[in-house]
Design a protein around this ligand. Sequence first.
Ligand code: UDP
Length: 328
Amino acid sequence: SKPTILVTGGAGYIGSHAVLALHDAGWPVVVADNLSNGRREAIPDGVPLVEVDVGDAAAMADLFAVHPIAAIMHFAGSIVVPDSVTDPHYYYRNNTVASHALIGAAMKAGIKHILFSSTAATYGAPETVPLDEDNPTRPINPYGWSKLMTEQMLRDIAATGAFNYGALRYFNVAGADPQGRSGQASKGATHLLKVACEAAVGKRSHVDVFGTDYPTPDGTCIRDYIHVSDLAAAHVLALEALIDSPSESFTLNCGYGRGTSVLEMLDALDAVNGSPVARVMGERRAGDPPQLVASNRRLVERLGWTPRFADTATIVRSALEWERRLAS
Ligand code: UDP
């Protein structure tokens, strides 16, 4: 039988989809989440939720004493780039410092595998795309630094033989569980497709387009949007790789290798929605690189990952269906 996996942030957007993927594949799961942003309802029946802050090393030690955890998927953290620019201290505490505490508690408990949610924001504003994992990491916002610093801790500690780790650098995660079991539910959402879907269902009057003078074909920023369920599937494969090769760690980009502009994303939503969402063209937002597109060659080769929901209309449809479900 499969060993038990701790999913931190498992009540949150991406974490809850990973919990579903693990649960569907028969892995026993325990969720650690402080419910600051997560939702209890996102966790399937039979999966224990421990309400805890992962930065509370004593509380995590208690959790490890009760639950026999073999590996950790560490999603818990803050993810809003502009918030990290206005409150960097909070971002370093909630991401870097909390991860440091979690890693320490995990080491004391003898946990041998850690899969970490990292980000394309570690690359900063690259001059050329697509980006492979050897691209220099020069974050341009505190969010990217907070994640890169955690990667560095993992790398240095893994080198001592304490554990092996995988850092998955997510590009722009979007969409919702195709079966409608979870989706993005954060209050005060800021991510493009989420905000646009809220406008489509009448929760907002419009979408602001942040910057129309970028050096891109239509002047808006280009991102590599990846369906959250494809990303969750990559996590299960990455977990298996960590367990199967306990002396090997890895850093892998998670994206489709495809760039979509803000306006193209909004066009895709309008097409699926059947009526246009109002757009307000505005100024650039602090901390946004013009383009981020993944090379996913290593993800595909190393893990044998095959995306299932890459079609932009599929991503948009799942996000809109989820938003309609939340609104109803
Ligand atoms: N964006 C936008 N309007 C919004 C939210 C985002 O124009 O209401 C743009 C943002 O400036 C960036 C892209 O959409 O160019 C993706 O931003 P998001 O916040 O979704 O993700 P990030 O790339 O910051 O992680």
